[in-house]
Each structure stands twice: as structure tokens, then as C-alpha cells.
Design a protein around this ligand. Structure first.
Ligand code: UD1
Ligand code: CA
Length: 453
């Protein structure tokens, strides 16, 4: 733990033109959560941290996302994009009110890890005044280069456009994440000029200025994938892939089996207990938790669902928000569950829609059962008691209650409540005409013969 609690300044004023989107770049999602929320969430996980974000004008949506994720966040507006130093200075009131470390993060770099931020802060504890997070990309073109001496001490950061040919050959680059423990950060940043190729106020110039003051700068390196910056949709997909790979690995390390992990898609809040087995091609949307020992067969799609201990779902099952499966529940192929609770051991093994219902323990829902929950205006509830048996292809027209242990005859359209233990049957009476088929065939054969020329 560092002694000084940090102020995180998250830069998010960029318009993100290359995303070609009506949505501000940092609100695009990785694992179902905005990039901004990933970064704020990571910063927030560090004890004692204070959060500030810098947005462009006209970015109320970005500000409100920030407040939703981190209610205490201070929001500052940078009206014109005059460079990263100018962006940090937009948070001047927060910088002036703060006496500890300052860490600059980019909201379009969503994969940064808490451990890495801790390493940067440790560098400050060990004597650096500025600690820059460096990385070695496959192709350094476009990035600021970290100029070091033979001992690896950081001397300066040179932006690509301002670099000499020799400097461009340097593979060690600036990720953009920089931590400061300097006596007067606003003073330091105010001295930065915009006399450079882009006529911008470069935050990176702080290194040379600080060193001229006798302060110490250091580099901490991390994996290139951790500081992957998202400017366009292909990079968004690349960030998603890195996040997914990390999350799958973490789950497997925690005791989850995935037969083909690269085909399983998780959300940032997916929770899966140990000894759960996941077959290929499963999608976890927001708000899913799976309890111990459950089995998820191939091609399931889940959102807002709890899958109980030892339950077995799929293949090809869909769970929409409000699906609550108790222990040992079985849901089979082509079953859709929405806002419905299933008690322990309940089963719906084939081709059903279970919406706005509650199903008691050990009840059995036959193939083709539909909960008719919606009349075009209102949603109504279907309640099925413990141990009830709903015959195949029944329509249960809500609101309706089926008593415990009752039977519903196959093909019934049930519109009235059914008492516990009763049989309810709603269908035409079957009639039978002995020998009819044979007579029919003879008649038809004669007709065909008569039609021939
Ligand atoms: C910056 C770094 C570069 C580093 C690279 C890593 C500087 C001068 N350069 O370059 O050394 O290798 O990031 O990706 O810092 N922003 C604002 N307001 C501004 C300008 C930028 O909020 O006026 C925000 C952007 O939204 C973005 C971040 O700051 O999130 C970086 O800005 P950008 O212009 O993309 O910097 P680069 O040229 O990529
Ligand atoms: Ca950039």
C-alpha cells in the first residue's frame, strides 16, 4: 500500500471520430460494460482513491455514465482539444485540492489492471516523482517513445511526429498512463508549451521539465495487450477478445470447466461457481450467476438469470431477465424462460415458453407448453404448484393457477384455475368410425380411375 492516496484523472474528451458512431467512444462496451466504466471501476478498486474525469463539451452522456459507476466522481469539461496536458489541467480544481499522487488514465484504454497501477505507485514510493507505464508494441509507429539512458532511467518522452529517425527506432513506448508525485503538478503542467509538430500541449513533456528541476522519472513496463487503446471498431473487438480470454482463464483457474473456452462469451459481472461445466457456444449476457455443479449444454443464451446448484440447461435454451432456477432444475432444448421461478427439481425439457410464472418443486412441464402471459396490454402470472404435471402442447392462459399435484391433459387450453390434485382437460371429444379408412381408400381409387381419359 502506498502512503499517499491517489487522485485519478481519467481523460475522455476525445470525440472518437474513427469509431464512426453517434455514441461517444468511451461509452462503447467491452464485456457489456462501457470502456469508461472499466477504467473507473479499476481506479475505484484502489483504496482511498479520488476520481476525476475530463470530458468534451456536449458529453452529458459520458458524465452521467461516470456518475453512475462512481457516484463521487468529479466531472470537468475541456472545451477544445488542445492536448493531453491541457486536458489534465481542465481538472485543475481537483488537482489543487489534492495533495497526494496523481495518476492519469485514458478512458479508451479499458484493460488496465489494478495490479499494474499498484506497481506504478510503488515506483513513486521507491523514489520516482514521475512513473510512466511503458510497453513494447509490435509496431511502435504513432506512439510516444520513451528515451532512456544506459541505466534505463527515463530522460524524456518524444512524440512520434516530433521524433528523429533514431528515436523512432526505439521500441519502448508510452502507454499514456502516468503517475505523478511532484510538489506542484499544476505549476509543472502550466509550463508545458505547444511548440511541437501538432501544436498541442503534450502531457509527455512533463518528464523533461521535471528532470530539469532535479526530479526523478522512471518507467514501469507492462504487456502491450493491457494498454491496448481503442480508436476504431476493430480495436474494440481486439480489446473484447483480450478481456474475454482473461475472464475465461480466471474462471477455469477457479474450477469451472469449459470444453471450448474460446466459444464462451462472458459479461463483466458473470458469476460462475466451481464444478460448473460449460459446453461450446454459450453466451452470458448481463446479470447471470451459475451455482455449483450446474451443467450448461451447448448453444445457450442467458441474461439476468440465476441457475441453481446442479441444474442442467440446454442445449439451445434461452434465459431472459428474471429467470430463477432452483437446484437440480432441468431446462431442455428450445425452451425460453423469462421472469419465472422454478422450484427444486422442476423440469421443462422441450419446446416451451415460460414467461411471468412460478413453477413449484418437481413440477413437470410437457413439450410445447406455452404460458400465454400477454394480451397485448398487460402481462399476467401463471402459477404452477409443486409436483403438478402439465401435459404436452398445453396453453395456460394467464392469470391462472394450477394446484399442487394437478394434471393438465395434453393439448388443453387452460383459462380457469385448477384445484390441487385434479385433472383438467380442455379439448374436443375424440370420436372413432370403425372401418372408415378402408372405405375411403376404395372410394378415392374409383374416382381417380373414372377421371382417366
Ligand atoms: C498519447 C501520448 C503518447 C502515447 C499515446 C498512447 C501525449 C502527448 N501523447 O498520444 O505518448 O504513446 O497517447 O496511446 O500525451 N485527450 C483529451 N483532450 C485532449 C487530447 C487528448 O481528453 O485535448 C484524451 C483523448 O481522448 C485520449 C487521450 O487523451 O483518450 C490521448 O489522446 P490522443 O490525442 O489520442 O493522444 P495520442 O496522440 O494517441
Ligand atoms: Ca490515441
Amino acid at each position: 500500500m502506498s502512503v499517499s492516496s491517489p487522485l485519478f484523472v481519467v481523460l475522455a474528451a476525445g470525440k472518437g471520430v474513427r469509431m464512426k458512431s453517434a455514441v461517444p467512444k468511451v461509452l462503447h462496451k467491452v464485456a457489456g460494460r462501457s470502456m469508461l466504466a472499466h477504467v473507473l471501476g479499476t481506479a475505484k478498486s484502489i483504496d482511498g482513491g479520488t476520481l476525476a474525469i475530463v470530458v468534451g463539451s456536449d458529453m452529458e452522456a459520458v458524465a452521467s455514465e461516470a456518475r453512475a459507476v462512481a457516484p463521487g466522481v468529479q466531472v470537468f469539461v475541456q472545451n477544445a482539444q488542445r492536448g493531453t496536458a491541457d486536458a489534465v489541467l481542465a481538472a485543475r480544481p481537483a488537482l489543487e485540492a489534492h495533495s497526494g499522487d496523481v495518476v492519469v488514465l485514458y478512458a479508451d484504454t479499458p484493460l488496465i489492471r489494478r495490479e499494474t497501477l499498484e506497481r506504478l505507485r510503488k515506483a513513486l514510493d521507491e523514489g520516482a516523482n514521475i512513473a510512466v507505464l511503458g510497453f513494447r508494441p509490435e509496431d511502435p509507429t504513432g506512439y510516444g517513445r520513451l528515451l532512456t539512458d544506459t541505466k534505463g532511467t527515463l530522460l524524456a518522452i518524444r512524440e512520434d511526429k516530433d521524433a528523429s529517425e533514431d528515436e523512432r527506432k526505439i521500441g519502448l513506448c508510452n502507454s499514456g498512463v502516468i503517475a505523478f508525485r511532484v510538489p506542484n503538478i499544476t505549476g509543472l503542467l502550466s509550463r508545458i508549451s505547444n511548440a511541437n509538430a501538432k501544436a498541442e500541449f503534450y502531457l509527455t513533456d512533463a518528464v523533461e521539465l521535471a528532470r530539469a528541476d532535479g526530479l526523478v522519472a522512471a518507467v514501469i513496463e507492462c504487456d502491450a495487450e493491457e494498454v491496448l487503446g481503442v480508436n476504431a471498431r476493430d480495436q474494440l473487438a481486439a480489446a473484447e477478445a483480450v478481456w474475454q480470454a482473461r475472464a475465461r482463464l480466471a474462471l477455469m483457474r477457479d474450477g469451472v470447466t469449459m470444453i471450448a473456452p474460446e466459444t464462451v462469451w462472458l459479461s463483466f459481472d458473470t458469476s460462475i461457481a466451481r464444478d460448473v461445466v460449460i459446453e461450446p457456444n454459450v453466451f452470458f449476457g448481463l446479470g447471470v450467476s451459475v451455482e455449483e455443479g450446474a451443467k450448461i449444454l451447448a448453444f445457450c443464451h442467458l441474461e439476468g438469470a440465476v441457475i441453481g446448484k446442479g441444474a442442467r440447461i440446454g442445449p439451445f435454451a434461452r434465459f431472459r431477465p428474471g429467470s430463477r432456477l432452483g437446484p437440480e432444475v432441468h431446462i431442455g432444448n428450445f425452451v425460453e424462460v423469462k421472469n419465472t421461478t422454478l422450484g427444486p427439481g422442476a423440469k421443462a425439457n422441450h419446446l416451451s415458453y415460460l414467461g411471468d410464472g412460478s413453477i413449484g418443486a418437481k413440477a413437470n412441464i410437457g413439450a410445447g407448453t406455452i404460458f400465454c402471459n400477454y394480451d397485448g396490454y398487460n402481462k399476467q402470472k401463471t402459477e404452477i404448484g409443486e409436483g403438478a404435471f402439465v401435459g404436452s402442447n398445453s396453453s395456460l392462459v394467464a392469470p391462472v393457477t394450477i394446484g399442487a399435484g394437478a394434471y393438465i391433459g395434453s393439448g388443453s387450453v387452460i383459462t380457469k384455475n385448477v384445484s390441487p390434485g385434479a385433472l383438467a382437460l380442455e379439448r374436443g371429444t375424440q370420436e372413432e368410425r370403425p372401418g372408415w379408412a378402408e372405405k375411403f381408400r376404395i372410394l378415392m381409387t374409383r374416382r381417380k380411375a373414372a377421371q382417366k381419359p
